[in-house]
Ligand binder design. Structure first.
Ligand SMILES: [Zn+2]
Length: 301
């Protein structure tokens, strides 16, 4: 009798211990692997730069909150984003009010690391807050320097690789900048007027001497006034402008209507605020700018 009682007691104890272990296993919070550096970028252009600067390192994991072909202006963070931000070691954002929703979510996620702003040292547009600074390749180079310095600070052990990769990337961006300037040299300055969906190309226009016009403002969420649309239609007709484009993200209805009323055909798609999927025409920053330049130059022919 005594043995049976003891046996029951011991079995119950073992069963309880198992339940305790299982319960604790399930409720153990996510423990970060010491050897992985988790990098989160707000949008795909920063993801591309981060990938190129960290090329060849296997301990880096990079995620972009806004996916390819999605609009960062109107992006609504989802609960999974909060988890990704909380678990990050470094976060890169553009700044200049580009990703307000994500900035709010970083604050509420409990993230304890450093948030780096890519536009930190960029000379900004004087008349209004315009976040689309990357379209001037010289600004994109400042982005790369900002990210490179951040990686060297956060992970000094691999500094040599960050410096080497960033130097290569900066060289390819310097070449891109020269190439764009040469491409546009072929087009007379008075012909270089482009109409597109939203005001995303001020920095591009200033860097490469092209005038961009759009019916809506800085954000794809802005509404065009009837007066602005009428003015733009008159301008297109009076100046015989052919270069009318849609963008990969913004709603194209209004620009299609303008093209219809001015009897222009749309000359293609420009990539403004997000890269394309890997199989699309703009899977990284260099190919995005090359695609835009080819598309614009073709319309000027
Ligand atoms: Zn935009």
């Amino acid at each position: 009798m005594f043995i049976r009682k003891s046996f029951l007691l011991i079995s119950s104890f073992i069963a309880l211990a198992f339940v305790f272990i299982l319960y604790n296993q399930e409720s153990t919070p996510y423990v970060q692997k010491q050897d992985t550096l988790k990098v989160v970028t707000s949008f795909t252009i920063l993801r591309d730069f981060a990938e190129k600067i960290t090329h060849g390192l296997t301990h880096i994991e990079i995620k972009s909150i806004v996916p390819p072909e999605a609009d960062p202006h109107s992006y609504q963070p989802i609960p999974l984003d909060s988890k990704i931000l909380f678990e990050a070691n470094i976060i890169f954002i553009n700044g200049l009010d580009f990703e307000k929703g994500i900035e709010k979510m970083i604050q509420s996620s409990g993230f304890k690391g450093n948030v780096y702003k890519a536009t930190q040292n960029v000379k900004v547009r004087p008349d209004l807050i315009d976040p689309h600074t990357w379209h001037d390749v010289q600004n994109a180079i400042l982005y790369v320097k900002e990210l490179r310095n951040a990686f060297c600070t956060e992970d000094p052990k691999h500094q040599d690789i960050y410096l080497k990769n960033a130097a290569e990337l900066i060289k390819s961006l310097e070449n891109l900048d020269l190439w764009i300037k040469n491409e546009f040299k072929k087009i007379p300055i008075q012909k270089r007027i482009v109409v597109t969906t939203h005001d995303a190309f001020w920095y591009f226009g200033k860097a490469y001497d092209i005038q961009f016009l759009s019916p809506v403002g800085i954000s794809t969420e802005a509404e065009a006034s009837a007066q602005n649309v009428a003015k733009l239609i008159n301008f297109i007709n009076e100046n015989n402008i052919k270069a009318v484009f849609v963008e990969n993200l913004a709603n194209s209805k209004l620009i299609e209507q303008i093209a219809g009323e001015t009897k222009r055909s749309l000359q293609g798609t420009l990539y403004a605020d997000s890269l394309s999927d890997p199989n699309g025409p703009a899977p990284d920053f260099v190919s995005m700018l090359k695609h835009n330049v080819h598309t614009i130059c073709k319309a000027f022919e």
